[in-house]
Design a protein around this ligand. Structure first.
Ligand code: KG4
Ligand code: ZN
Length: 335
């Protein structure tokens, strides 16, 4: 049995979780700074790292308390080592390193994207080879996984990430930050009447591009404003969502067929999208498709604890993190 204390602080969520054997979440505390950043319409890195400093110790204490555990019972400490906002990451890394050092525990640095994918493994058995569709505020990737902890990038975005496009379009439409979930809700009330472009790029390839689609929405909104015409917000949300989902689902389907995978894992903040969840099952019928639970789609430490377990099984952890050696948390970015 292995109990992992996992820490996540790559963006604006301070989170600590205790996870048993990569599967069972014993406790899961997330302190979101969403309300603070909403005032600015986006995450302000300096404010995010300062708030992590203020709250991180309390989040550690709460996670241990909720799991009824003492530091003694922890076998391994895991922490997001990137990608993310550097100031925010440093707070989590320093807190995890200090905790591991103080209690004599091994330490493991985990790639944030691996965490998003392994969030699905908390509630499902992962089957390989698998295809992971990772869609978040910072990433849009199709990844082939031959086995546990093996990541081959098939395609990625050439410009904006999907979540970023959602948030920017939402802002153009005057919706609150973060706009993705609000846009998703409004899309349900409208219909696809604006006929936006479908950015397939090369239909047989797996790269994405959403900035042109975003610009198409911005142009329509600006032209309407000049003509004093009102935008049908629900219809625009439905139109944008239809275009994004057409492209994402088509490419995912193609990749799953080409690589003969046993499972499609959809992960990252945008995996919370209701429209996507509904349509993908209808359109990719002969594949097993799994999603993380809603609470584990957006940034959280439970997913880091899940990924850390399989990473530890494969590669072990650092025991000499303060004694020099190659690197504290592993600098190579093995996706
Ligand atoms: O994974 P995440 O919490 O942070 C990153 O690592 O980026 O993802 C946050 C992103 C935001 O852009 C947010 O607008 C988007 O996920 N998002 C959604 C939905 N829920 C969150 N986008 C579309 N539909 C949703 N329901
Ligand atoms: Zn994330």
């Amino acid at each position: 049995m292995m109990i992992i204390l996992a820490v996540e602080s790559s963006c604006d969520e301070s989170s600590v979780a205790l996870v048993k054997d990569g599967k069972e979440v014993l406790s899961h505390v997330v302190l979101s700074q969403m309300d603070i950043h909403a005032i600015y319409g986006g995450v302000v890195p300096e404010i995010a790292s300062r708030n992590h400093v203020v709250h991180m110790t309390r989040v550690f204490e709460q996670a241990l308390k909720e799991a009824h555990m003492t530091p003694k019972e922890i076998d391994l400490v895991a922490v997001t080592r990137g990608p993310g906002l550097i100031g925010s990451l440093l707070v989590g890394i320093n807190a995890a390193t200090a905790f591991a050092f103080a209690h004599g525990k091994p330490l493991l640095g985990v790639n944030h994207l691996h965490g998003h994918i392994y969030a699905a493994g908390l509630d499902h058995e992962l089957k390989f080879p698998a295809l992971a569709l990772l869609i978040s505020g910072g990433h849009t990737e199709l990844i082939y996984m031959k086995e546990h902890m093996s990541f081959e990038l098939l395609g990625t975005t050439l410009d904006d990430a999907v979540g970023e496009a959602y948030d920017k379009v939402a802002r153009t439409l005057g919706l609150e930050y973060p706009g993705g979930p609000i846009l998703d809700k409004l899309a349900l009330l409208g219909s696809d009447t604006y006929h936006l472009p479908r950015p397939y790029l090369d239909k047989t390839a797996f790269n994405f591009s959403f900035s042109g689609l975003k610009s198409a929405v911005i142009n329509i909104v600006h032209n309407s404003a000049q003509r004093n015409e009102k935008i049908r917000v629900e219809d625009m949300c439905a139109s944008f969502q239809a275009s994004v989902l057409d492209v994402i689902i088509e490419k995912t389907k193609l990749a799953s067929e080409k690589y003969l995978v046993k499972q499609v894992i959809v992960a990252g903040g945008v995996a919370a999208n209701q429209g996507l969840r509904k349509r993908i099952y209808e359109e990719i019928k002969d594949q097993e498709i799994i999603f993380p639970k809603m609470a584990y789609c957006t940034d959280n430490a439970a997913m880091i604890g899940a990924a850390a377990y399989y990473q530890y099984l494969k590669k072990g952890a650092l025991k000499n993190y303060l004694l020099g050696g190659e690197s504290t948390l592993g600098i190579e970015d093995e996706r």
